[in-house]
Design a protein around this ligand. Structure first.
Ligand SMILES: [Zn+2]
Length: 397
């Protein structure tokens, strides 16, 4: 499976992947997933957003007798020049776990589902986890349809080009009703397991995170003829805010990033009349993040700028009893939180008991062609997922 996926959407220059929702590459990955499911005799269905669900056992028959399905899987799309593991590791491990359950002669008491979520990274239309957000109602179909990519193509147009009816997309309670629990396996996107010297961890929660816009106003003027004392340079306040963000993150024990900036007029020989930057701040503790942002706010205001909160997402805890059950079944493995978002977080917020497994990443690098996991650790991940599915789907209760 891994070597099948290797060439799909791989950039010759960077060696990274460009697998964006509703493109040719995405189509090929979906066809690959459908073929792998067909080869295993799994029943493939699609929900209203086009997420692919493959079932071993009949989830509707099971639901009618009060037993919901045990679902695992992840996504196959990527960020621009992403790595091979973020997403595909969870899908491939899910199929491999089904294979090993079958070779062990396991008979599930509850149906097992393998899911491929569409558009998890939001690389094309800007909203992460679009597939799970739409079916849970966390994003309306109207908003999803109107999202636009860098070429000005709306999601509605992209869906049409992919042979789909954009008016069919929307919340899908029938698809969600089949899911009793969801366990997503994912490559770790940090160095937690390296430090703990362990191949696999159970996830505890997704950190709280927010985004803020920082606006600084100055006065455009000539870069050569304007005396320093006569300048109103918007860049200076912005630069102070960038340094304050770093300092505040260190002080309060969280992370803060200003990775996007727009400068007006944007000329090498013009003093900036306006600078807008975007701050992303996250951390294990919401208080720490709030305190860091309050320090940054003080510096922004002192520099004559304005700061506006654009979003705030509280901490998303995974289901405590499900996570504890995984931990027990896997013999007390480490428990880690994460600063990265996942479809598992969206399903958890929709009230579905959800857990995650992380597989060690020796460098911690992710969203980069350098992202990596050792084969032996990936196989440990498959073994852990197999044990978890056996436990959850083997239990008729
Ligand atoms: Zn991912």
């Amino acid at each position: 499976m891994w070597s099948d996926l290797q060439p799909v959407g791989r950039s010759a220059q960077s060696g990274g992947y460009r697998r964006f929702a509703w493109t040719r590459e995405d189509h090929d990955l979906r066809e690959w997933f459908a073929a792998e499911c067909a080869a295993r005799g799994l029943d493939l269905t699609e929900d209203r957003m086009g997420n692919q669900w493959a079932w071993w056992g009949d989830p509707d028959a099971a639901a009618s007798r009060g037993a919901k399905g045990v679902v695992t899987g992840s996504h196959l799309d990527s960020v621009p020049d992403g790595g091979a593991f973020d997403g595909p590791l969870g899908v491939v491990s899910a199929l491999a776990a089904v294979d090993s359950l079958r070779s062990n002669g396991f008979e599930p008491a509850k149906p097992i589902g393998v899911v491929n979520f569409v558009d998890e990274e939001g690389a094309r239309f800007g909203v992460a986890c679009a597939g799970s957000r739409v079916i849970t109602g966390a994003m309306t179909a109207r908003r999803a349809r109107s999202l636009t990519d860098a070429d000005g193509t709306t999601m509605a147009e992209a869906l049409k080009r992919a042979g789909r009816d954009p008016h069919q997309i929307g919340r899908d309670d029938d698809a969600l009703r089949r899911v009793g629990s969801f366990v997503e396996l994912h490559v770790e996107q940090g160095r937690g397991l390296v430090d703990l010297d362990h191949p696999v961890a159970v996830g505890s929660d997704i950190w709280p995170h927010g985004r803020w816009r920082l606006d600084f106003v100055g006065e455009a003027n000539h870069a050569g003829t304007t005396r320093l004392e006569d300048r109103h340079d918007a860049m200076l306040g912005y630069a102070a805010a960038v340094l304050a963000a770093r300092e505040a993150a260190i002080t309060h024990g969280c992370v803060a990033t200003i990775g996007k900036v727009a400068v007006t007029p944007g000329g090498v020989n013009a003093i900036p009349s306006a600078v807008t930057g975007w701050l992303d701040a996250r951390g294990a503790s919401p208080r720490a993040v709030r305190r860091a942002v309050s320090d940054i706010t003080a510096m922004v205001e002192q520099s004559g700028g304005k700061i506006t909160q654009e979003s705030w997402t509280p901490s998303t805890p995974f289901d405590a009893s499900l996570s504890a059950r995984l931990g027990t079944r896997l013999g007390g493995i480490p428990v880690l939180g994460t600063g990265a978002g996942h479809d598992a977080g969206i399903l958890a917020n929709a009230g579905i008991p959800t857990a995650m497994l992380f597989v060690r990443n020796p460098t911690g690098v992710s969203h980069s062609p350098e992202e990596f996991a050792e084969t032996s650790d990936c196989l440990e991940g498959v073994a852990a997922l197999t044990a978890v599915l056996e436990d959850l789907a083997g239990d008729p209760a």
